[in-house]
Design a protein around this ligand. Structure first.
Ligand SMILES: [Zn+2]
Ligand SMILES: [Zn+2]
Ligand SMILES: [Zn+2]
Ligand SMILES: [Zn+2]
Length: 166
């Protein structure tokens, strides 16, 4: 199993936490500092690089600005961190969320969550989240079933989904 596989597995398990992510960031900032081109950091995370095909960012060099990554507004769904400098490019979201919940500028983008709310699909009272393309609110379990499986990207109640999935 490659490093990236392990990272992605940890990310979607419940024991994933920021400590693991910090160790990964440290690992990459120590091993790759010589091989990357130098960038002038303005303090918005320009010093970070991305591992292609992943949502993993690592620092390319020591940065006097002490940059940190910011949490995606939909962190509860995507578990992604990204450098602030990218926020404007993707509607303030991580790249994955901008494609999933704000494609071509459509959709709500940042999705609101509600504690102790009754899921409108399974009726369980738990943490719920609104969907990007309709006003139905689902628990995380129903949300993931409805949107995380390929070819299965519609609200289970009204069947409205991303314009990209039509
Ligand atoms: Zn920096
Ligand atoms: Zn995200
Ligand atoms: Zn539910
Ligand atoms: Zn709906």
């Amino acid at each position: 199993m490659s490093f990236v596989d392990i990272f992605n597995q940890l990310k979607y398990e419940n024991d994933y936490n920021e400590y693991i992510l910090d160790s990964i960031k440290d690992f990459f900032s120590n091993t790759s500092s010589n091989s990357n081109k130098r960038v002038k950091c303005q303090g918005d995370g320009e010093c970070y690089n991305n591992i292609p095909g992943t949502s993993i960012f690592y620092r390319t060099k020591y940065c006097k600005n002490n940059c940190t990554l910011i949490k995606c507004p939909n962190f509860i769904l995507c578990k992604n961190y990204f450098p602030k400098v990218l926020a404007d490019n993707y509607y303030g979201l991580c790249y994955n969320c901008s494609i999933a919940y704000k494609p071509c500028g459509e959709g709500k983008g940042k999705l609101e969550t509600f504690e102790f709310y009754q899921c409108e699909n399974c009726k369980e009272k738990t943490t719920c989240i609104e969907q990007a393309f309709c006003d139905h609110t689902l628990c995380l379990k129903c949300f993931k079933l409805a949107h995380f499986k390929p070819g299965n990207d519609k609200c289970p109640i009204c069947k409205i989904g991303s314009p990209l999935s039509k």
